[in-house]
Ligand binder design. Sequence first.
Ligand code: ADP
Length: 161
Amino acid sequence: MRTAICPGSFDPLTNGHLDVIQRATKLFDRVVVAVARNESKQPLFDLEERIHLTQRAVGHLRGVEVDAFDGLLVEFAERVNAQAIVRGLRAVSDFEFEFQLALMNRNLDERVETIFMMPKDTYTYLSSRMIKEIARLGGDVTPFVPANIKLALEAKFRTLP
Ligand code: ADP
């Protein structure tokens, strides 16, 4: 049984994340989407909301689970018996940070490999930060996120001041 984790804040999940998760399911029997608590990033959606929204968005994918994590990523990987961490690479700008993160994780635990996957080219410019900004300003995010995320963004910005 080959298992990978796809970690991130998923605040919220976008079609870019979904694309990478889907690609990971072609290589692994089991893919655990690991939603980081990340309170320091002051997420728009709290952990429970992000888990719930992500679960709904990946519900159609076989072999995909959603779990929360807090603390060291490699420890979470060991806990769920994952052999690999899958991260998405959008552009050269992602590379520097991702490279450092991958090498640090390897230092912490040599047994866990990091794999990078490129999303479909039309998703390479997508980021959760930009999606939140578009939604906050009343723009249409339909092409960029699953339907349940779009509804959640609209509801969130209706209730926020
Ligand atoms: P983090 O807080 O770890 O940056 P994100 O939720 O923003 O969390 O990203 C999680 C992972 O998804 C990272 O590997 C990131 O590079 C990748 N990712 C984010 N947006 C996209 C996208 N549009 N296409 C492909 N990968 C993406």
